[in-house]
Design a protein around this ligand. Structure first.
Ligand code: ZN
Ligand code: ZN
Ligand code: ZN
Length: 358
């Protein structure tokens, strides 16, 4: 069944008369169309029953057709009002679902064009995305293999005397060489920078004996993303306190991998690793959730976080990435992408998880 039909069924079951989806991962998931988020309106109009229509600016029609969308296309010219066109397609609908990432300007314009309708968030409808089918799992597996190739080459570039930015440029080139279409992020956090989880790159020169957090990811031509973190030691010997914390982190990560499977909650995966880290005295240094879902977006549902009692199911893919951060000194994070199988967990990143001495 096409993905838009699944979303349509969900919309109908929740009393939503029509769904409006503007460019982004949801539109790509529903139609296959990778539309640029431009000022001119592109919008999928998906009624709860009946045929959907993709509204595109006339000058984008060929691009939409070339992407192979399997829905009717309606175009608008430079002097026409695309919001009126959408309103006409929506007709008498009284409850309209809007994609979660829609620009506020669009939300207001749709509100004015359809004053009779209530607007509701529709992200959860497209969250049919949360369960990946076999083809999607295969695409994530390819992405995992590709980013693993890059991690296994980091020793070629990471060494004392080079800056994070220099190392990052080499890694970025390798991410593309490994088959990704785009580089989504490259984090090279040396020494104290490793204690800031989303530090990217700086001109800091890497010093002998420093731990370096390398967290990298890209998007494959399939549209599916990779994301994996490993930790490297830039020569010298490791600080004993770091080694001690690192052993705890490995233990936590392993316990989480062994625990995660269909039937357990997202928050229980977080809790089992957090308990191990807390018991070792590092509870305050694990300053983020355990993970995020991944698919055509690097961060999507399900979030592996305290308070999320969602029960994991076959096909759910997410990161397991506990971290321990000593502010001003160094940090460590181990990150794999994993996907629930029928009765267990398939881990999609498989380079060695230990501290890699260079
Ligand atoms: Zn992150
Ligand atoms: Zn991640
Ligand atoms: Zn990451």
């Amino acid at each position: 069944m096409s993905t838009w039909r699944k979303a349509q069924e969900l919309a109908a079951s929740r009393g939503i008369d029509a769904l409006l989806v503007t460019p982004g991962a949801d539109l790509r998931y529903l139609t296959g169309y990778v539309a640029l988020p431009l000022e001119r309106l592109t919008c999928l109009v998906l009624p709860a029953s009946g045929a959907p229509t993709l509204v595109v600016p006339a000058l984008e029609r060929q691009a939409a057709v070339a992407s192979g969308v399997d829905v009717e296309i309606a175009t608008w010219t430079e002097t026409e009002d695309p919001f009126a066109l959408v309103a006409q397609l929506v007709g008498e609908a009284t409850t309209i679902g809007l994609d979660d990432h829609m620009w506020a300007a669009r939300v207001f314009a749709f509100g004015e064009a359809m004053p009779q309708a209530d607007q509701v968030l529709a992200g959860s409808l497209v969250q049919v995305r949360i369960r990946k089918d076999a083809a999607e799992v295969a695409a994530l597996r390819d992405a995992g293999l590709a980013i693993d190739q890059v991690h296994s080459r980091v020793h070629e570039w990471l060494r004392p005397g080079r800056t994070e930015r220099e190392v990052g440029a080499d890694i970025a080139a390798a991410i593309l060489e490994a088959g990704h279409e785009t580089v989504d992020f490259v984090i090279v956090g040396s020494g104290p920078n490793g204690a800031s989880p989303h530090h990217e790159l700086s001109d800091r020169v890497i010093e002998v004996g420093e731990p370096v957090v390398v967290d990298i990811g890209g998007t494959m031509p399939s549209g599916y993303c990779s994301d994996s973190t490993r930790n490297y030691l830039a020569g010298g010997t490791v600080d004993p306190e770091y080694a001690k914390a690192y052993a705890v982190l490995e233990e936590a990560h392993q316990a989480q991998r062994e625990h995660a499977r269909p039937g357990v909650t997202a928050e229980s995966v977080d809790a089992i690793g957090r308990q191990i880290i807390a018991d070792a005295g590092y509870g305050d240094l694990f300053i983020h959730r355990t993970g995020h879902g991944i698919g055509q977006e690097t961060h999507e549902e399900p979030y592996i976080v305290e308070g999320n009692d969602l029960v994991l199911e076959e096909g759910m893919a997410f990161s397991i990435e506990p971290g321990i951060y000593f502010e001003g000194r160094f940090g460590a994070r181990i990150e794999d992408i994993a996907v629930c199988t029928a009765d267990g967990l398939e881990v999609l990143n498989n380079t060695p998880r230990g501290l890699v001495a260079l």
